[in-house]
Design a protein. Sequence first.
Length: 138
Amino acid sequence: MYRLLTADHAYVGIWIEEHGGGPYRIGAKCIGLERNGEIVAATSYDNFNGASIMASIAIVGPVTKSWLRSIFAYPFVQLEAKVILGAVAATNYKSLRLVDHMGFMPVADIPDADPCGLLCLYAMHREECRYLKGTANE
């Protein structure tokens, strides 16, 4: 049984941090997915400036279409952000595949911006988000 977690941002944010999704900052908004009482995926959002927002994600198990719609509806529908940004270390091959698969586009590679060396910046514009297409939130 799956359940969306949308209220306890600190609990979900700390889980993201513990599972390689980057540090949790108090005030960040988080959406988690529980399966049989255990978190299997979560996304945090921070630094919304009225047009763009930074997102971090961690996934350790199967996700649902409902969760995917939720993690994109929050920034694009509720906040009306134009762009979601994500930063991924060039050595984090699993995350690089994930953001590519989700539809994020590479926009910049920043040397020396990560402990591994290269930091890859990705972006997704609202009109490129396939997870909202065909829904009432489109």
